[in-house]
Ligand binder design. Structure first.
Ligand SMILES: Cc1cc2nc3c(=O)[nH]c(=O)nc-3n(C[C@H](O)[C@H](O)[C@H](O)COP(=O)(O)OP(=O)(O)OC[C@H]3O[C@@H](n4cnc5c(N)ncnc54)[C@H](O)[C@@H]3O)c2cc1C
Length: 400
């Protein structure tokens, strides 16, 4: 990374981030119920980032990226965060930029890369992931959705569930059974298919934190093109293992913790107040807050160390994804529990003028982060992976 990369990024962001977006909560699906001016600014910001290749900065330029390093991408994210905004493209692309895209880069043909990556990198194509089924969650290899080849491509039948963003996505990456006679992990393939077709129905499921585009997805003679299989026929298990590592890695890359840490300390002082000795009034809360800050700092430092070791080739980052996913989950869940406690009654309001927007957001976030120990592979399943693949402990009696 060149010495002045940060300064160049700061200058670009200062010139290109529309001022109307500063401090606006963009949200996962773009600004909700916003003014036309904010929506217009949001679209301009997306276009500028896409033209610069900063929607997916580490991807090759020919596929819509900017050919930058991980470290440079991190600098860009921090600079945008510091300027009071965020990069909406990875959210607009759903599971595209963070999961399906990196897997296409590794397993895809040049034609598949050229066909699918630019739409993700510009945030114009949202992708969902059809993995889980009613009878296949942690034990994903039990999946039953079938894909059968005919003269013009693949025909899919079956049901997926918990498909985030399915009713808002243009494309789906689906794990399907292509050889029912093979051992359960050997007859599976990964297909990419457009969502806008008669053979797909999505039914949203309401989440505890409110409305959501989290769906049951039904394939009823849905179609995928012959050349939209990612990786080899019946080798989908390798493809999905890699994709899930990308998912776990993306879940460890929270925005810089330093700003969150200041925020939680400041909020504690605001809601709980200072005691006569000049420290937080509630000593028990003070201890737990300090423990949380240390846990968050240790998590950040561990990410930094692993990135540095990966750069020097001493560690394979993918092997650590399960550890980091669980520690990111601990940090996020402890933080949201502390925030609700700090706010007291104000932290459990659901609606109404008695609560500020930040208070209403806090209770939704507290409910929302509970899902973090479930999606992308549950907390317990990560512990199994750590025990088996990292610590080399023997198999449990429970096979999966
Ligand atoms: C917000 C959210 C978004 C999601 N988005 C998607 C999506 O976009 N696409 C998609 O395909 N899926 C998605 N999922 C589904 C998610 O991947 C599954 O919920 C998850 O893999 C767990 O599967 P399950 O729900 O069937 O639980 P189960 O596998 O039935 O697990 C139930 C409980 O048993 C425990 N358990 C299971 N097996 C073991 C074991 N071997 N050892 C120890 N404990 C075990 C689990 O830890 C858990 O506590 C999402 C889930 C959530 C909550």
């Amino acid at each position: 990374m060149s010495d002045n990369f940060k300064a160049v990024a700061q200058s670009w962001v200062a010139q290109n981030l529309p001022k109307t977006l500063v401090g606006v909560d963009i949200g996962m699906y773009g600004p909700q119920s916003s003014t036309p001016a904010v929506l217009e600014a949001f679209e301009l910001w997306r276009q500028r980032l896409a033209e610069k290749g900063w929607g997916a900065p580490t991807w090759p330029v020919e596929y819509g990226g900017a050919g930058l390093s991980d470290a440079e991408a991190k600098v860009i994210a921090r600079v945008i965060h510091k300027a009071g905004s965020m990069n909406p493209i990875p959210y607009l692309a759903g599971m595209g930029v963070t999961m399906v895209g990196p897997t296409i880069l590794e397993y895809g043909t040049p034609e598949q890369c050229a066909r699918h990556l630019p739409g993700m990198a510009s945030g114009e194509m949202r992708w969902c992931l059809g993995l889980s089924e009613p009878n296949a969650g942690s034990d994903l290899a039990s999946l039953a959705t079938r894909a059968v080849k005919d003269d013009s491509g693949w025909v899919l039948n079956g049901q997926k569930t918990w498909t985030s963003g399915a009713n808002k996505s243009q494309w789906c990456g689906a794990l399907v059974r292509t050889d029912p006679t093979a051992a359960k992990r050997e007859g599976i393939s990964f297909l990419m298919l457009p969502m806008d077709q008669a053979g797909i129905e999505t039914r949203p499921i309401r989440l505890i934190a409110g409305e959501s585009p989290f769906c049951e997805t039904f394939f009823n003679d849905a179609r995928a093109a012959s050349d939209d299989m990612l990786g080899e026929l019946n080798n989908g298990w390798s493809v999905i293992k890699r994709l899930l590592q990308h998912e776990r890695q993306s879940q460890t890359n929270a925005p810089p913790t330093s700003t969150k840490v200041e925020a939680i300390e400041a909020l504690a002082l605001q809601y709980v107040g200072l005691g006569p000795d000049g420290t937080l009034l509630d000593p028990d809360l003070r201890t737990r807050l300090a423990e949380h800050l240390m846990e968050a700092a240790a998590h950040d430092l561990t990410i930094g160390r692993i990135m540095a070791e990966a750069k020097s080739g001493n560690v394979e980052v993918s092997a650590t994804a399960s550890i980091l996913k669980n520690s990111a989950t601990d940090v996020a869940q402890h933080r949201s529990e502390l925030l609700v406690e700090i706010m007291g009654n104000q932290g459990v309001g659901w609606e109404g003028d008695a609560f500020t927007a930040a208070e209403l957001h806090t209770v939704r976030e507290w409910l929302g982060v509970k899902a973090m120990s479930i999606y992308g592979g549950t907390y317990e399943v990560q512990k199994n992976i750590i025990a088996k693949n990292i610590l080399g402990l023997p198999e449990t009696t429970q096979k999966g």
